[in-house]
Structures are given as C-alpha cells and as structure tokens.
Design a protein. Structure first.
Lengths: 274, 339
C-alpha cells in the first residue's frame, strides 16, 4: 500500500505496469468485451492508483465508455480480469467507495423527481435497508452545497440546464464521500462557465485524495488536474502516460475550442498533486 | 345514495376498489418512471391464460392468474434486461399468445359462459366474492409492503439502473421483484377494473399526478390519492348507472388527468413567479436555462405554452414551462417495453 501512495504522490506519474495492479484502485487486465456481438475492447489494460487522476481519451467508438462500463461491471468481460480496490470484481462489496457519474442522458426518468431525491440515491450504500436518517440528509446537503446546488434542492431535475444537471449527478456520486470517482464525459453538453465549476469541484475532490477515472473527449479546463492519460484506439490502448496535448486539445475530430482561462491552464500540465 | 353501501357485495366492491386504487398506482409509478408504462397491459393479456387455466381446472382463477402473470412478468423482465433488439417481437408473442391461449382454454372448459369471461375482461363489481376479497387484500398487502418499504431502492433502480448497480444494489433481484409485484397487482385489480384496463389504473393516476408535482414522493402520494378516489367514485357510479366498473373507473381517471392538465399551466406559472422572487440570480441562470429548456422538450409540445407565456413573463417562464409541459407527453408516449 505504501509503495502505491508513493507513486501517487510522486511528481511524474508513470505508465501502468501489471505488477502494481493488485493494490491499485482499478486494475483492469487484458479486458476483452463485446457489445451486441461486436468486439469493442480487445485487451485493454487500465490501472488507476489511489489519488490518481486518469483520463480515458479516444475517438468516438474507440471503447472509452465500454471500458468504464466494464470497470463498474455493467458490461461483462469476455476475457481478462478486473480488480477494484485490490479485490476481484466478484468479491468486491465496498461499493460505497465508488462514486459514478454516468453520461448525462441517463438521469431523467418518466416521473418527476427533485434534485434532493436524485442525490439521495447516492446514499443508498450507507443506509441500505434502514430508513434515511438525519446524517444521511446532512450528507446530501453537504454534497449539494459542494456543487453549489443546495438552493435548487427542491426543484425538479427535468427543469435544470445541462451544467446544473451534471452538477446534480456529481453531487449524487459525492454524497457517499467516495475514494474513486468514475465520470463518463462529464463535460459533454456543458457550457463554459459550468465546465469551470465542474473543474473546481473535481479539484477539491482530488485534493481530498480521491482517485478519478474520467472519460473525456477533450481535456479542456480539466487539463491541469490530469496525472495520466490512456488513449484508446479501436479497443486497444494506444498511449498510456502523460496527457498528450495534441490528442486532448486538437487532434480529435469534432472538438470544441473551449479555453476559458487559457493562460492559467496551459502553464501547468503536470497535475495538481505535483 | 346511502343504500348503495347496504348490500354485502357493494361493501366488498368498495373495499376492493380502495385496495386496487392504492396498489395499482403505487407500483405503476415505477413502471412509468422506467418508461415501461405499457408493461401492465402486457401482463394483463398474459393473465387471461391464467384465468383460462382456472376455468379449465375448476380452480380459483385468481390464483392461476397470479401464477401465470408472475411467470409472464419474469419472462418480460428477462427480455428487457437482455436489451435485445428483437425484444419487442418476443413481447408481442407473449402478449398475443397469452390472449389467444386464454380464450382457447376458456372455450375448452365446461363453464364456458361468455358472461364470466367478459367479467374478467372488463371488471365486474358483482363478482367480488368474499374469497376474492381475501385474496385481493393479501396480495395488496404484499405489493404495498414492497413498493413502500423499498421505495428508495426501487426509485434508484428505475431512475438510473447503471448508477444503482454501482451503489451495490442487487439490481437484477429488484427488477425481478418489481416485475413480480406488477404481475401480482394485475391480479389484484383484475376483478374490479378488468384485464384489458388494468394497466390504465397503473398509469393514468401517475400521469395525472405528475401534472401537478415536482417530486417523486409527492407524485406517488398524489397518484395513490387519485387512484383511490377514482376507484371509489367509479364503483359508486357503476352501481348507480348500471355500468361496468372498469371502464367507469378508467374514464374518471382520464377525466382527472384532463382536469389536472388544465390546472397545471397556471400553477407552474405561479411557481415560477415565486421562484423569480429569489433575487438577482435570475439573470445568471436565464442563459443556460434557456438553452436547456428547448432541448429536452419534444419538438412541437414545447412550442405552444412557451409562445403564450413569453409575452407575460419574459425572464423565467419560457424555460420552466417548456420543461413542464412536455412531461405528460413524455410519459404517455413512453412505450419502451423492450428497453
């Protein structure tokens, strides 16, 4: 465990190697997965160490989202192995240590629900079958104020803008105070101001020591936070190392030029923990 | 007026109506939330085979219907969970097979009176026997215990299944439980509303309630209220006017939906006026709100009310109302049984 902490605290994050997968937060080895009969992952290795911020990059259809979905177990692996917090997936029970932020489209149901109700579902691993108690309510309040949405707690989620909606989903993931945050395209469809708010929220979590696995289309305002980038191409890892600036910012087709504070962010690309 | 509470069969009918009015919306809300509003309809079709089996083997059709419904609902849930592209075809087979099988079995049985099958299709308050009432009460208690006791868990699963899995909930078990409870509810409601209209009492009160509410809890409570009131009024009207109970109840529920829809627009406007009083934040959020308001609303539905309101309240009303209005349309057109 101590060796891993040292790795996370060191200045330059190193590419993952199979040896330290055992003590990593996420250890995905040789993952092969098919979706609807089509091979999507063809042997993906992915390691996230405690406190590390890893970005998954790649073009549309390269297998980013499928990788994340196989990490949370909703896409089963045909071959390969998955360990979460050092335990094989089948034996993993500490779900309260993981906060998951799905792609935004999955959050609205057919029945109205308030911001508070949605965020409260993130507290289920804590109270389980017991009633929702005062400390659970306090945790929801804390998570909502962390994302600046406490004043909208009673509003319906369907009434929110894209950025606000994303903040609600993040609050839902933060309410259990996770050790690993998994986010699938958190910046998609979010305006520039909200992107900056999201980056600030994320920075606070990273400072707390939370590891983050992000699917990103472009690095954007998150760039200074990212320790390591894993680039996927056709279901294979094409790059594992420091965030390649070319890939994140300009090389991908259909990217938006969103540089709200270009000066601040381009100066430091080493990562916040440096 | 009073005399309709006198006969034993009417007392049983009213009691059954209350039980159905409570249970159908309390499970239906989860189906609507998961955009499976018509699942109840499918189970209702399958239940017919159960009734037919009951006729054939001279057993209580309630129990055989429960058995077949549960089986059918589990199959439907498995088809849904696999996310198969051809899933809707499989469901169609199940529905029509259930319907055809039911009619065939009834024809083969000795007591093939057309009237008795009719009573299962459209509901008949005259036929709620004391035995039926006991079964209805027992099953309703089970359904309520699950839908209210596991409210947070079921809400999480129906709101966002993938997230629910990451919270460590046994998603598959809960989905199956939900399907089984829906099946049991169909049998509970079968005597009063009839198999062809069972699904209406699961969906319409929920659709009506969400015209007025913003939270899930309030929607569930209001839907149950609407369910109980329309079921009681429907049974009463059915007795007074000599009409079949099922269609009467469903018609009243749809009337409630229409009434709530009319009330919804001014209510939403007042809410937005109230929230606009919060202060200077209005201008800050107006820009992102405006862009988001037009995207989730379906094309067409959002256009009408926004255009009307834009003149009166230029700042807040368009964003809020645009989202308010299409909610009803969304839920009603949500027929993703196979999704």
């Amino acid at each position: 465990m101590s060796a891993v902490t040292a790795t996370a605290d060191s200045d330059r994050p190193r590419p993952s190697s199979p040896e330290d997968a055992g003590s990593a937060v996420v250890g995905l080895r040789g993952a092969v997965a098919t979706v609807g009969g089509r091979p999507v992952l063809r042997g993906v290795d992915l390691t996230v160490r405690p406190g590390e911020v890893v970005a998954l990059l790649g073009a549309n259809g390269s297998g980013k989202s499928t990788t994340v979905k196989s990490v949370i177990g909703s896409v089963p692996l045909d071959r390969g192995s998955l360990e979460l917090f050092g335990r094989p997936y089948r034996k993993f029970r500490d779900w309260h240590r993981i906060g998951y932020v799905p792609q935004r489209t999955t959050a609205a149901g057919g029945v109205p629900a308030t911001v508070r109700e949605v965020v409260s579902t993130g507290r289920l691993p804590q109270h389980r079958l017991l009633p929702f108690r005062r400390k659970d309510r306090a945790a929801v309040d804390r998570a909502l104020s962390a994302v600046g949405m406490l004043d909208r707690a009673g509003d319906g989620v369907a009434h929110l803008s894209g950025g606000q909606h994303q903040r609600v989903l993040i609050a839902r993931a933060l309410v259990g105070v996770p050790d690993l945050l998994i986010m699938d395209e958190p910046m998609a469809g979010v305006d520039v101001d909200s992107q900056q708010v999201l980056a600030d929220i994320l920075r606070t979590e990273v400072e707390r020591g939370c590891a983050v696995l992000l699917v990103l289309h472009e690095l954007g305002p998150l760039e200074p936070l990212i320790d390591r980038a894993v680039v996927l191409r056709d279901g294979c890892v094409a790059h594992d190392g420091p965030p390649p600036r070319g890939v994140g910012q300009h090389a991908l087709p259909g990217h938006d030029h969103v540089h709200p504070h270009a000066d601040d962010h381009h100066r430091t690309t080493q990562g916040l923990l440096a | 007026m009073i005399e309709m509470f006198q006969p034993d069969f009417m007392q049983r009918a009213f009691l059954a109506a209350v039980l159905v009015g409570v249970t159908a919306p309390s499970i239906g809300i989860y189906l609507v939330q998961r955009r499976q509003a018509l699942m109840g309809d499918g189970i209702g079709h399958v239940a017919l085979t159960g009734v037919g089996l009951g006729f054939l083997f001279q057993a209580n059709p309630m129990w055989t219907a429960v058995l077949v419904c549960v089986l059918g609902a589990v199959v439907m849930e498995l088809v849904r969970a696999r996310g198969n592209q051809r899933g809707d075809i499989a469901l169609a087979m199940l529905f029509y097979g259930g319907m055809a099988g039911g009619k065939l079995l009834v024809s083969m049985s000795s007591q093939s009176g057309a009237g008795s099958l009719e009573s299962y299709l459209w509901g008949s308050i005259l036929f709620v026997s004391p035995g039926d009432l006991a079964v209805i009460g027992l099953l309703a208690a089970v359904v309520l215990a699950v839908t209210v006791g596991l409210r947070r868990q079921l809400f999480a699963v129906c709101q966002d299944e993938e997230f629910a899995r990451v919270t460590g909930l046994p998603v598959r078990v809960l989905n199956l439980l939900l399907a089984v409870m829906a099946a049991v509810t169909v049998t509970v409601a079968m005597r009063v509303v009839g198999l062809l209209l069972v699904s209406a009492l699961m969906v319409v009160p929920v659709a009506a309630a969400q015209q007025l509410t913003r939270s899930f809890a309030a929607t569930q409570a209001t839907a149950i209220g609407v369910g109980v009131v329309t079921a009681l009024l429907g049974v009463g009207t059915s007795y007074q006017a000599d009409l079949p109970s099922g269609p009467t109840i469903v018609f009243l529920a749809i009337l409630t939906f229409a009434l709530f829809s009319v009330v919804a627009a001014p209510l939403a406007r007042r809410r937005h006026r109230a929230s606009a009083e919060h202060g200077p934040a209005v201008c800050d959020v107006a820009l992102p709100d405006g862009t988001a308001g037009s995207s989730p609303g379906g094309p067409g539905t959002a256009g009408g009310p926004v255009a009307v309101l834009e003149g009166t309240e230029p700042v807040r009303a368009p964003a809020g109302t645009a989202v308010d209005a299409p909610l009803s349309g969304e839920s009603l057109s949500s027929r993703g049984l196979a999704q």
